[in-house]
Write a protein that binds this ligand. Sequence first.
Ligand code: ZN
Length: 321
Amino acid sequence: MSGVNEADFLGRLKKFEGQPAASAGVGKDLVNEPMIRHWCEAMGDTNPVYAGPDAIAPPTMLQAWTMGGLSGHGDGSGRTSGYDELFELLDGAGYTSVVATDCEQEYVRDLRPGDRITYDAVIEAVSERKTTKLGTGHFITTRMDVRADGHLAGTHRFRILKYAPAQRNSGEPSASRKAAEGKGQAPPEALRPRPVVNRDNAGFWAGVAEHRLLIQRCDDCAELRFPWLPGCHACGSARWGAVEASGSGTVFSYVVMHHPPFPAFDPPYAVGLIELAEGVRMISNVVGVAADKVRIGMPVRLEFLRVDDELELPVFRAEAA
Ligand code: ZN
């Protein structure tokens, strides 16, 4: 894109700043105790201010009261065409991918059971073209003003990057696809998603490459942690080492996926929360047993599953009782 055209394109994007993204949206439910309770249980938040006759809603639930859920909003979303038109413009210029980058919330007043939620949203900013590790594109910031019974309760700023993905291999078929074709097999429909390897978890994936399941251990208080994180949740220390898991564990909990279908996955399959013998838990597949035969407490043993030429994953095989 030439400099002149780029400036022209940015000018067209900037015209969306200040346009409404949603107008006079209405929350599907009044603020209510059951949703507050489920939220607190999911978050492990036992603060007593969120229960009882004078309960307030956790402030971070702000956006939850505006969401349409699986069935959508119907006519109540207040969604305007501005956001869709901005997306069409970016899609048309090749910025076809989207990723949520961050959100900021400000709280003005408490929400309490019985409050009626309404909201408006505005496209607050469209950035100039930026290049990130994911690809090149434009950041879009949307600000939602959430009201309770007509009074501003808080604002929710949500930022996404609409981008053209960086091509890792110039559009060439992947090595595993080429290998499948070379063997005269039908190429796979889709590949399993790749893990995002970063400096916080690179050590874990280096372990997987050596068929070792590594757990972080705090150098200061010896607390074990999984998944890998830069700091200790017990003492805050940033100093850590790693210990190798023995590989034995039990199914702490599980779900069996039937729907929706995802490319590269063949339902039904069991996704387990595995409690390792060392005490930490990790999510992985339970293999070697029919999905409907997985049970809580079932003993499992670590093995490494070669998914394709480029991906190997730790999974857990049900052990014979
Ligand atoms: Zn620690």
